[in-house]
Design a protein around this ligand. Structure first.
Ligand code: AMP
Ligand code: ZN
Length: 662
């Protein structure tokens, strides 16, 4: 490969990895699976080995992914915290062991707990502080939250200064309890126990943390003045003696077959544990040998993690529902016999489209194999066709809409089937739900069940009808008390005055999400301007490409949509941006907010800046024009003071700047 291409590829991989590290460690909201992530790192490692001229100490292959979030306080570790190298096959374990010595040294085998690593510092037998792994050199302080964990002792027998290390995790039962509570409160559910644990440990309010019963497993010692222990096995005894929770499944062996057996055993049995493990850690037992082997910049040379494959589970396909979306797109959804996979109970999985159904050759009541792709979204990877009964019926994609029976049409390069009947009740239901949703015009009280009834009883047949409801009919509907009908009326009235971008988003134009709507209303200050814009003009808006522009153009070219907008206008809905939106008083100036703000929240501040043509930055740099410092501003203020081109201003001054523009 030509050097320039290698460099470009290395750079791209590093950026990609950094992006996913941030999602995983800092935000606890990964988009890809650990396996996919590890694959990226391996790819990068291979390239760096082939082209050592591009090795860098800041490369993700040479450093630990950082979990430190912006406004946090850190403490330096007395001894570094490392990551672990991974092995995906027994072959790789063998290579690892052979490098150490031709005769396999004694190793310990233990669970690799899928949690969040913690560093506990004790002195005089008291827990002094607890920190995260951070970037390996320093970690974020999480003492108050760690003190809520019952299995972590606040007093230990050992009196000298010592760093103790282990994993914090959420037991699966606790994870499920939290998620079902979040579901009731309509909050986003956590994708898996690890994310839930990582999200919990960073909460600001420790009494909230105490309610979620975090647990711990301790497996290592960092800094310690004395030479306390000679082996991993002794270490475990020491930890247990000091009342730490340790794993009772740790074994020591010199036999390769035993390593294989242990790994295979737990790969199968892991679903019977009360917490999640994602592999087995193999460590050289003898501490002297560990010392001799030392570390790379990222991980010990005396340990390796054997990673399990993504967990697969087999279950029965009970049914397939063909759902009609708001744009008429038909999505096949597999209804499954509930099964527990990678941290959650799965009872549905999308089958995407016709191509996917063909690929799987799926039949009703097939045994299907599920994984969680990205450990988040359930996916059917294959069907066990050999166990299928002879009379099993093949799943066939319908040719007509399952709700209104209109013939379906293929679009999007023939992959997606659409019901293009604008009067289709299923689409109407989705469209009304979308229109009334929080990010759109936000009509409180217009819930799913009510929308369904209103459509069935033909009280509403279109979006406009929401504003022409005959409330006498609503009162007659089951369970609708007069009071709640009154509230509904008020909420509907209020929705007319929503901001233009929310109303535009509510119209449900294909590919136009909340963000695109905002961008559009910044460029086009009223609906008439937007409706008469050409595809080229639309494409001048940031982030709008041809596909989106064409979809918008087509939407506004449709007679029915034009009529709907005219009606909505007459009914008094707001189709105009506020003055402020087109104001450019801050014209490209950059802002950063720090400290505790009293006059507005951070997200309001961001909106104010953007509405006035400015931009917000997330870190101090030479590109910054204004630092708005609230009370207790800390390190960012200190940094900004060193850069003379940054103007440091108060909240009041910021508000004045904006008012002047009005
Ligand atoms: P990684 O998350 O890929 O960097 O893997 C390294 C991490 O595995 C360590 O930082 C620990 O937090 C975690 N870990 C879980 N169980 C163990 C264990 N038994 N021994 C060592 N590390 C473990
Ligand atoms: Zn239909």
């Amino acid at each position: 490969m030509e050097d320039i291409f290698v460099w470009a590829e290395i750079k791209e991989l590093r950026e990609k990895i950094a992006y996913h590290e941030k999602l995983y460690y800092e935000k606890a909201q990964p988009e890809i699976s650990d396996f996919q992530f590890d694959k990226l790192v391996q790819q990068l490692k291979k390239l760096e080995e082939e082209y050592p001229q591009y090795k860098e100490i800041s490369s993700p292959t040479a450093r630990v992914g950082s979990d430190i979030s912006h406004d946090s306080t850190v403490i330096e570790h007395k001894e570094r915290m490392y990551s672990l190298d991974n092995a995906y096959s027994f072959e790789e374990i063998k290579t690892f062991l052979n490098k150490i010595s031709p005769n396999i040294p004694e190793v310990t085998l233990e669970h690799k707990i899928d949690g969040f690593s913690v560093n506990l510092f004790y002195d005089n037998g008291d827990l002094q502080y607890a920190t995260t792994r951070g970037n390996g050199f320093e970690g974020e302080i999480i003492t108050a939250n760690v003190k809520t964990i019952n299995s972590i002792p606040q007093k230990i027998k050992y009196q000298k200064p010592i760093e103790i290390r282990g994993e914090i995790f959420l037991p699966i039962s606790e994870f499920e309890r939290i998620n079902s509570e979040r579901e009731k409160k309509l909050l986003n559910k956590f994708a898996n126990p690890r994310n839930a644990a990582a999200g919990t440990i960073k909460l600001k309010n420790s009494s909230e943390v105490a309610k979620r019963k975090l647990d711990s497993m301790i497996y290592s010692v960092g800094f310690c003045e004395e030479k306390l222990i000679n082996s991993q096995t002794e270490l475990v005894t020491f930890l247990e003696h000091n009342k730490f929770k340790i794993s009772h499944e740790i074994i020591a062996t010199k036999q390769f077959e035993e390593i294989e057996q242990y790994c295979n055993h737990w790969e199968k049995e892991r679903s019977n544990l009360s917490f999640e493990i994602d592999g087995i850690v193999i460590k050289v037992n003898d501490r002297r040998l560990q010392k001799k082997l030392g570390f790379t910049s990222k991980s010990p040379k005396w340990a390796i993690a054997y990673k399990f494959k993504a967990e697969e589970k087999t279950t029965e396909l009970l049914d397939v529902k063909f759902q009609v979306g708001r744009t008429g797109a038909i999505t096949p959804v597999a209804i499954l016999k509930p099964v527990f996979v990678a941290g959650t109970t799965v009872s549905r999985a999308t089958l995407h489209n016709q191509d996917e159904i063909n690929r799987l050759d799926i039949h009703f009541h097939d045994q299907v194999v599920i994984i969680k792709s990205g450990e988040i979204i359930p996916k059917i990877i294959r069907v066990e066709s050999h166990s299928r009964s002879a009379e099993a019926e093949k799943v066939i994609f319908p040719t007509n809409c399952p709700v209104c029976n209109a013939p379906l049409q293929k679009e999007d390069e023939g992959v997606i089937s659409y019901c293009n009947n604008l009067n289709c009740q299923a689409q109407l239901y989705q469209r009304i739900k979308h229109f009334a949703s929080r990010d759109a015009v936000d009509i409180d009280g217009l819930g799913d069940a009510l929308v369904k009834q209103l459509i069935e009883k033909e009280i509403i047949n279109s979006i406009e009808d929401i504003y022409q409801i005959d409330y006498r009919k609503v009162i007659i509907l089951e369970k609708q008390a007069e009071k709640s009908v009154d509230n509904l009326k008020k909420a509907i009235e209020k929705s007319k005055t929503q901001k233009f971008h929310k109303i535009l988003f509510g119209l449900g134009i294909r590919y136009v999400g909340a963000k695109t709507s905002t961008l559009l209303t910044q460029k086009f200050s009223d609906i008439d301007k937007l409706m008469s814009a050409s595809v080229e003009e639309l494409m001048q808006v940031d982030e709008i490409g041809e596909k989106i522009a064409e979809s918008i153009h087509e939407f506004f070219g449709n007679e029915k949509n034009i009529k709907m907008i005219e009606n909505l206008k007459e009914l008094g809905l707001n189709f105009q941006s506020e003055e402020m939106v087109t104001n450019n008083i801050l014209d490209g100036k950059t802002f950063l907010f720090t400290g505790s703000l009293e006059k507005f929240t951070r997200s309001e501040a961001k909106e104010m800046v953007e509405n006035n043509g400015g931009k917000t930055l997330s870190a101090i740099s030479k590109n910054l024009n204004y630092l708005v410092a609230g009370k207790k501003a800390g390190s960012k203020l200190a940094k900004a003071e060193k850069i003379p081109t940054i103007e440091i201003i108060s909240e009041e001054r910021f508000l004045e700047m904006i008012k002047q523009g009005k």
